[in-house]
Design a protein around this ligand. Structure first.
Ligand SMILES: Nc1ncnc2c1ncn2[C@@H]1O[C@H](COP(=O)(O)OP(=O)(O)OP(=O)(O)O)[C@@H](O)[C@H]1O
Ligand SMILES: [Mg+2]
Length: 510
């Protein structure tokens, strides 16, 4: 008898429907065809053992399993469950007629329990798109799939529960639809009001958040760089529902969602250590998985101690900073993962760290300081619109009890400036923020008035700024004007933006 069961395979952060045809006839051999990898081929052993645990019998006949489409590689152990169901149905050990209305995925262990798999959210999405009534997935992944309305999600703990559902004999009901909690903050346990003083740095963060500009903080140890970076998500707009789903899909494919996670509703903040490998940063691996830059999609990627990162890791940031995605090519696949993040980098001003410290002496020679600052390559620096010096606040300010402005107030201004940009770029596909403007758009939207041009020219001459600094200054001035609700770019907008180009000065001194 021939039956068809449906599963899914991951392609980037989307899923492809896989049809698993099982035919049982007279004979004795087991055939598995349709580009399965070795983990799929090994499923026979796991399934046989799982059958024994639940008193099903392995058909002593010829079993042919075909996985289609044949040109899609089937990887991993998550096909165990649909294959097992297919064999039971083809051998008439369970009711076959309901099995085709579900998309089924799960890994079996030898005792027949169902173990979690990666990418259940995109798989459930596919099921919904293809008109399936529901999905049968591991219990630990059910909350991921349950974010989709109009799909019956069954979370199962073992093979017995699956057969009960298909026979209509069990007591398992669909997992309740996860309603996204109404969030009001991107990270409620952090707030900008915790940061004392540092008004200039906070202002730079507000400008960066408003225009989606990447930002580099340079300062001695303990000056608060990490503390400030961690609070950036709190002044970014909340995720909208499309962003939320996209972010959750990425984390689902990476297998990073917990049992009760549901939809990710807060902007991600990722801060990988500087010893991270290029693959862990960009994504890849035997089964393609998103890396840190994709996990930071729609959020913030914080690279602390930037010069300590491996050079090749830093260089691979260039494509995603430009295209908001990363193309991962390996021998067996080439896929794109989304990677649209705000980059926040931190670094010390010199090897000992104390070059700009108000009290502690720096022991580095001028040559060492110069070389340290030059460790960040030009093309990477080119993609960072704001550089800001962070000087530790004095003890008096730290102990002061008066509280600073909260993240909520700052976020309101950021959202207003973002709304202006959305209107500005509504005709231009793929561009949403000032940071994404190319030179042609700059000519159109960021033209300074006469006084502004004069200041810009004198700053370029006096500080010896490079040509690349010129365009960054115009871009950032546009955002500063947007924060003020000003249509034109005036002298004071340019004057503020010039301050954010410390590393472009010809002497490169902070
Ligand atoms: N402006 C500030 N207001 C309140 N606390 C601060 C401030 N600056 C520093 N701190 C305190 O100092 C601690 C150290 O700051 P943080 O770790 O952010 O420094 P850093 O610049 O990242 O240092 P490093 O270069 O060593 O990584 C913070 O956890 C915080 O408690
Ligand atoms: Mg730090």
């Amino acid at each position: 008898m021939l039956v068809k069961i449906y599963g899914a395979s991951l392609n980037g952060i989307d899923a492809i429907k896989i049809t698993i045809e099982v035919d049982i006839s007279r004979g004795i051999r087991f055939f598995l065809v349709g580009l399965p990898d070795s983990a799929v081929k090994e499923s026979q052993q796991r399934i046989e053992s799982a059958f024994r645990s639940f008193n099903f019998k392995w058909p002593g006949k010829r079993i042919v399993i075909n996985m289609a489409p044949a040109d899609t590689r089937k990887e991993g152990s998550s096909y165990d469950l649909p294959i097992a169901v297919g064999i039971l149905a083809a051998d008439n050990q369970i009711c076959e007629n309901r099995a085709g209305s579900f998309l089924i995925m799960g890994e079996l262990s030898l005792d027949g329990s169902v173990k979690p798999v990666r990418g259940v959210l995109p798989i459930a999405f596919k099921a919904y798109e293809e008109g399936f009534n529901g999905v049968i997935v591991p219990y630990d992944n059910a909350s991921e799939a349950a974010v989709i309305k109009g799909l019956d999600v069954y979370g199962v703990k073992n093979l017995g529960e699956v057969t009960d559902i298909l026979n209509g004999s069990g007591t398992i009901s669909p997992f309740p639809h996860t309603i996204s909690p109404g969030v009001t903050s991107n990270h409620e346990d952090h707030d900008f009001s915790d940061v004392k003083g540092q008004e200039g740095v906070k202002r730079a963060m507000e400008v960066a958040a408003a225009g989606m500009h990447n930002i580099l903080m340079v300062g001695p140890p303990g000056s608060g760089k990490s503390m400030i970076a961690r609070r950036l998500p709190t002044i970014l707009p909340l995720l909208d529902s499309a962003e939320s789903i996209e972010t959750t899909k990425i984390h689902s494919v990476a297998g990073k969602l917990g049992r009760d996670s549901g939809l990710i509703v807060k902007r991600p903040f990722r801060s990988p250590h500087n010893s991270i490998t290029p693959t862990a940063l960009s994504g890849g691996g035997v089964h393609p998985q998103p890396g840190e830059i994709s996990l930071a999609h729609n959020g913030v990627l914080f690279l602390d101690e930037l010069p300590e990162f491996n050079r090749s890791s830093l260089e691979l940031l260039r494509q995603p900073l430009e295209d908001r995605k990363i193309s991962v090519s390996r021998a067996r696949y080439a896929i794109d993962f989304p990677a649209g993040f705000m980059l926040v980098a931190g670094m010390n001003p010199c090897p000992c760290g104390y070059y700009s410290h108000p009290d502690k002496p720096c022991v580095c020679s001028p040559g060492q300081v110069f070389r340290y600052l030059n460790r960040i390559s030009g093309p990477l620096l080119d993609r960072i619109d704001l550089h800001i010096e962070v000087v530790p606040v004095a003890y008096g300010k730290l102990s002061c009890s008066s509280s600073a402005e909260s993240s909520l107030g700052i976020r309101e201004r950021v959202i207003k400036a973002r709304d202006i940009q959305r209107e500005r770029f509504k005709e231009i596909k793929g561009v949403h923020s000032n940071a994404q403007m190319n030179n042609r758009m700059l000519n159109k939207f960021a033209y300074p008035d006469k006084a502004g041009s004069a200041i810009l020219k004198s700053a370029m001459d006096k500080l010896g700024l490079s040509a690349r600094a010129y365009h960054r200054i115009l871009k950032v001035s546009r955002t500063i004007a947007d924060l003020e609700g000003a249509g034109g770019i005036e002298a004071h907008h340019i004057a503020e933006a010039v301050q954010y180009r410390t590393l472009d000065r010809s002497d490169r001194s902070m």
